[in-house]
Design a protein. Sequence first.
Length: 256
Amino acid sequence: MIHQTAIVHPKAEIDEGVDIGPYSIIGENVKIGKDTKINSHVTIEGFSEIGNGCQIFQFASIGTPPQDLKFQGEKSSVIIGHNNTIREFVTINRASSYGERKTQVGNNNFLMAYCHIAHDCIIGNNVIMANAATLAGHIVIEDFALVGGLVAIHQFVKIGAYSMIGGASAVSNDIPPYVMAVGNRAKLFGLNVTGLRRNNFSETTIKELKKVYRIIFRSGMTLNKALEKVKLEIPDSREVNHLVGFIQKSERGICR
């Protein structure tokens, strides 16, 4: 169903079951998947792909050029997966002129009102961004992370899986998986135990992650020595290996 006041380019690819509300504008190179609902006054332009079953609320803006002075109009895109909820006034910019030239959002994400996702960001699956959370360019957010309201994240920062960032934080370093962080500048405040339990992590896994957290962040050791101690004393598991690997690969440095 396309409202008579909506402007949809004849070359746009609109799948079955799509609902486009009044005064929305859909550009030439846009693809919209099955059963996606687009409310009124939404703008989707550029090389943008929206998956199946998404709901995009009024005044959202997707696929607009990046806010990057180096951008000179090169072809770049926004790729959004399935079953995402994108609330009012959310802005998602397409990628800039270098790298893979893709801004990507996975599946089952909840982007609350006024969130901003800048160029070249990569958002995983089941991520929640509360109202007015703001991402600079080239940020990676792993699955099941929760970003609180009014949070600002510096460009090139990585946010680990199942982590939680408290509201009004300013994040300039990487946030490891499974932890809680808050503040300006953000600091770590322990393991995200409640979030892990809500996502059915076993008590054994949570206990091992607590041990890892204490060794790395509370023992007073240098980071390298702490990681060596973890490898010697903590049994291998997918979660422990992911946490250690994330820290080892960090380029901006880890919040401590």
